[in-house]
Design a binder for this molecule. Sequence first.
Ligand SMILES: NC(=O)c1ccc[n+]([C@@H]2O[C@H](COP(=O)([O-])OP(=O)(O)OC[C@H]3O[C@@H](n4cnc5c(N)ncnc54)[C@H](OP(=O)(O)O)[C@@H]3O)[C@@H](O)[C@H]2O)c1
Length: 218
Amino acid sequence: MKVFIVGIAGGVGSRLARLLTAAGDRVDGLYRRPEQGEHLATEGIHATHGDLTRLDAPALADLLHGTDVLVFAAGAGGEGGTTATTAVDGTGLTTAIEAATRAGIHRLLLVSVFPEAWRGREVSDTFEHYIDVKKKADAELAATDLDWTILRPAALTDTPGTGRISLAPALVHTDITRDDVAAVLAELVHTPQIHHRILELAQGPHPIADAVRRQTRN
Ligand SMILES: NC(=O)c1ccc[n+]([C@@H]2O[C@H](COP(=O)([O-])OP(=O)(O)OC[C@H]3O[C@@H](n4cnc5c(N)ncnc54)[C@H](OP(=O)(O)O)[C@@H]3O)[C@@H](O)[C@H]2O)c1
């Protein structure tokens, strides 16, 4: 299977690339800073240099030849303020959807966020904007004819993965390791019968393969 990861050098994207490469999948993806490509190459991961905000859909589609699954794991991450969030998390997804459609790719997995993340806390206008853009991106993808899956992880941590999670259409917002998010995405990539689903992901008691398999029955 060939998987293209937009945001392949990111915390989640790079972990997913390693897992898929180890599983024997062909991996490519978009990274923004030149040194990231060198780093990925030392791990045997091929990736493509490019800035999502500067690529139009035809240009991105040209990079997607032979792709079976497109994973969108990019995000501005607060860097560059609301303008960057709109450009990467919002317009960037629009470009990815159009590119997937042009390239004849049916499956798109989107890494999103709990819309109610950090309710009850004082959050900045920038954070509210981020949540708004992410929710609109979910809605845009859900309205397409693609075989989409939207994964909404809880707050991301860099502690080692546990391999145990909760995965369901609705969960209480807690946290989840980036290792476990990547492992869930890898499992979803290999579970094509799951599509047209919004799944929330948080720490929990269930082994990842079991939790994903359970979603094939719903
Ligand atoms: N942080 C949280 O608690 C949390 C919770 C739930 C969901 N999420 C979502 O989870 C996703 C992945 O998170 P993460 O921790 O892996 O984020 P990350 O480490 O910041 O990775 C995102 C990647 O996107 C890349 N990117 C940004 N702008 C780009 C552009 N214009 N062109 C190409 N690539 C670009 C970044 O490149 P650079 O390396 O050059 O910056 C980075 O490598 C994000 O969409 C985030 O919104 C985050």
